[in-house]
Design a protein around this ligand. Structure first.
Ligand code: SAM
Length: 344
């Protein structure tokens, strides 16, 4: 019979509740930093369970705040937890958790948008991209204003296999405003289909794992919150550079209610717009009258592949931005108008 003691899991010793920690350290949520705290440890446990099996895992938690999710991660038998928190007021409360879990919790006062994770975890955790994901997980409940730019940055990291993905296909479990979670996971034809759906899904398997009602947070945000799990794909659906994919996708969705040729035509300078858009759509075998939300990942793959060829043939094409052209034309018209007024 196995010795029961050896199988027992790690639990934090009794601690003040998160509500008591908030009171003790006077951690009033700052509205300007969009801070909303999770106090219900059953919910934080659920987020952590959805991240997968964390036994002996190395975890990177972004924005731990008063430490609700942090406690659930520490209770999941992890090897080590690194937390990065921007607001110094939370550091003493986190220090208390660190004292309760000796050797397990590393606290960094810093900004997740600039923190370099590449050398933080042991080299031995690295896996080949084609292997199973490494035993490293990213978990976080960040302000919505940070989570969207951060996921775009991390998706670019996935495409370059750098940042948190130097270790392999590191999995992420993150919260977003529910509408953003729906956009990230929207399938072809869904009204929520957007730039984020394509950028996330061509690189990752993306799952909206559950929704947390706004009232579970203190203070209550205006919206509900979606928990989204990401696993980078071994083979991305589109193999062109991230910036090129981003440009094509952005152009398509800027006229989301029009036929797709409208947005795609803006990839080309006015003088060649008609001809080049026709060529792109024909070579990519895409029906010009499809709406952006009806374009599949394979449509985008073909559009990006053909656009890449066209950029290779015309070295100025990729740098072309119709917004810049618009700005310059506006500037010119204003200057001309000013000259005319002056000469009157
Ligand atoms: N994780 C805690 C919870 O679920 O109760 C706190 C959530 S609160 C929505 C977001 C946390 O992220 C706050 O503690 C805030 O100070 C922190 N934060 C915001 N921007 C950050 C950034 N750029 N880098 C690190 N932490 C950040």
């Amino acid at each position: 019979m196995a010795a029961a003691g050896k199988l027992s899991t790690y639990r934090l010793p009794p601690l003040p509740t998160i509500r008591e920690i908030i009171k003790l350290f006077r951690l009033r949520a700052l509205k300007q930093l969009s801070q909303n705290f999770l106090l219900d440890l059953r919910l934080t446990d659920k987020i952590v369970r959805k991240a997968g099996n964390l036994t002996n895992a190395y975890v990177y938690e972004v924005g731990p705040g008063p430490g609700g999710i942090t406690r659930s991660i520490l209770n999941a038998n992890v090897a080590e937890l690194l937390v990065v928190e921007k607001d110094t007021r939370f550091i003493p409360g986190l220090q208390m958790l660190s004292d309760a879990a000796p050797g397990k919790l590393r606290i960094v006062h810093g900004d997740v948008l600039t923190f370099n994770i590449e050398k933080t975890f042991p080299e031995s955790l690295k896996r080949q991209w084609e292997d199973d994901p490494p035993n490293i997980h990213i978990i976080g409940n960040l302000p919505f204003s940070v989570s969207t730019p951060l996921i775009i940055k991390w998706l670019e990291n996935v495409s370059h296999r750098d940042g948190p993905f130097v270790y392999g296909r590191t999995q992420m479990t993150l919260t977003f405003q529910k509408e953003v979670a729906e956009r990230l996971t929207a399938s072809t034809g869904s009204t929520q289909r957007s730039r984020l759906s394509i950028m996330a899904q061509y690189l990752c398997h993306v799952q909206h794992v559950f929704t947390i009602p706004g009232q579970a947070f203190l203070p209550k945000p205006e919206v509900d919150v979606g928990v989204v799990h990401f696993t980078p794909l071994i083979q991305p659906t589109i193999t062109q550079p991230f910036k090129l994919v981003e440009k094509v996708v952005q152009n398509v969705f800027q006229f989301r209610r029009k036929y797709c040729y409208r947005g795609l035509s803006m990839l080309f300078p006015e003088a060649q717009r008609l001809e080049s858009t026709g060529k792109l759509l024909q070579l990519a075998d895409v029906d010009p009258t499809l709406r952006p939300c009806h374009l599949s990942l394979l449509h985008f793959k073909r559009l990006c592949d053909v656009y890449r060829k066209m950029c290779d043939e015309d070295p100025h094409l990729f740098a072309y931005s119709f917004r810049e052209e618009l700005k310059q034309n506006k500037g010119r018209t204003q200057k001309e108008a000013a000259r005319e007024t002056h000469s009157l």
